[in-house]
Design a protein around this ligand. Structure first.
Ligand code: FES
Length: 114
């Protein structure tokens, strides 16, 4: 029997292709928010799916995110590019701003809020 966890997994790591994105709902401070997850090998990083430029979602359709040739996450609204290391905007209308990090933890092949 599995042990009871205080929180349920957001998604299995293997449900995200290596180098690809997934969209999940996260509960932060009692509010449900859309988040973008990015998998790199066995690690997964996450940010709120809210662009610091004009507050729009980053995906062009639910769960469909753009990745540039340089390996940045690109906001579908006006093209701001974000580093997949730290979520900082490296080019575009909100250069220097950053996505809001969602702290994650990978355990037993599952992704949890940290
Ligand atoms: S809302 Fe993302 S670049 Fe404008």
């Amino acid at each position: 029997m599995s042990t009871a966890e205080s929180s349920s997994p957001l998604i299995a790591v293997d449900a995200i292709a290596d180098g690809a994105f997934a969209e999940v709902e996260v509960c932060l401070d009692g509010d449900y928010e859309s988040a973008v997850l990015y998998r790199q090998g066995g690690s997964v990083r996450g940010w709120l799916n809210i662009c610091p430029h004009a507050g729009r979602r980053l995906d062009w359709a639910p769960g469909q995110f753009l990745k540039s040739r340089e390996g940045h996450l690109v906001c579908a609204a006006h093209g701001a590019s974000f580093s997949l290391e730290d979520g900082e905007c490296v080019a575009g209308p909100c250069k220097g701003d950053a996505l809001r990090t969602v702290a994650l933890q990978v355990r037993d092949g599952q992704v949890y809020l940290a």
